[in-house]
Design a protein around this ligand. Structure first.
Ligand code: MD3
Ligand code: FE
Length: 203
């Protein structure tokens, strides 16, 4: 375990191969009910390169017209998000140190050339709750900076089975994904990277 400057904890290889495979099976079931969709930047409508879906009572979505928000249903199918698997709630209870359960699990899928620009996560009402991130599949280069976009950033690699807990001051740190390293994991048959972020939205 390593604690970065601002309360960001990195737990390398926290999940063993069997646990990773089990999560991939759960995600396959979720995606069958709630397909990955292409999110759009607010205002411009520019498509993001990462595809997304969610499970749990709430899901994070974005589109050109209404921008970043949490809502209880899939933006394309309009159906409620699939339930949060107990396995994810258990991980949150073990690692998050937060009294209330997670309300949203955002599922990000990165193909070989996908990336995510530097941003803050601040669409949640309860910013005292941490965000818990689980990486599956190909490795990536994760970038994290300070509370101001201008502050210097550092980067490190996230690999399959790694968990990162973003709490305390680090909760509002700027962060992003610079690149995927294709072919670095055999977990996903067709390659790519999945990131799960468990979030508490409401106080
Ligand atoms: C640092 N996802 O969905 S997870 C996101 O790998 C997001 O898909 C990235 O950023 C991904 O918003 C990074 C790690 C992460 C998540 C939330 C954070 C790092 C964070 C919140 C504050 C600081
Ligand atoms: Fe983020």
């Amino acid at each position: 375990m390593s604690t970065l400057a601002n309360g960001i904890r990195h737990l390398p290889d926290y999940l063993d191969r069997a646990a990773q495979e089990h999560l991939v099976e759960l995600i396959r079931g979720i995606v069958a009910e709630a397909p990955l969709y292409v999110p759009e930047m607010p205002g411009t409508g520019k498509p993001m390169s990462v595809r997304m879906t969610n499970c749990g009572p709430l899901g994070w979505v974005t589109d050109k017209e209404k921008g970043y928000r949490y809502q209880s249903f899939h933006p394309v199918t309009k159906k409620p998000w699939p339930a949060m698997p107990q396995e994810l709630t258990d991980l949150w209870e073990r690692l998050a140190g937060h009294p209330k359960p997670p309300e949203a699990c955002l599922i990000n899928f990165y193909s070989d050339d996908a990336k995510m620009g530097l941003h803050q996560d601040r669409d949640e009402t309860d910013l005292s709750a941490p965000v818990l991130s689980i990486s599956l599949g190909d490795s990536c280069l994760f970038r994290v900076g300070g509370l101001n976009r201008k502050e210097p950033t550092g980067s490190f690699r996230l690999s399959s089975g790694d968990i990162v807990i973003l709490g305390g001051e680090g909760r509002l740190a700027f962060h992003g994904i610079d690149r995927i390293y294709p072919g670095t994991s055999t977990l996903l048959r067709n390659g790519g990277r999945i990131n799960l972020t468990l979030r508490r939205v409401n106080s």
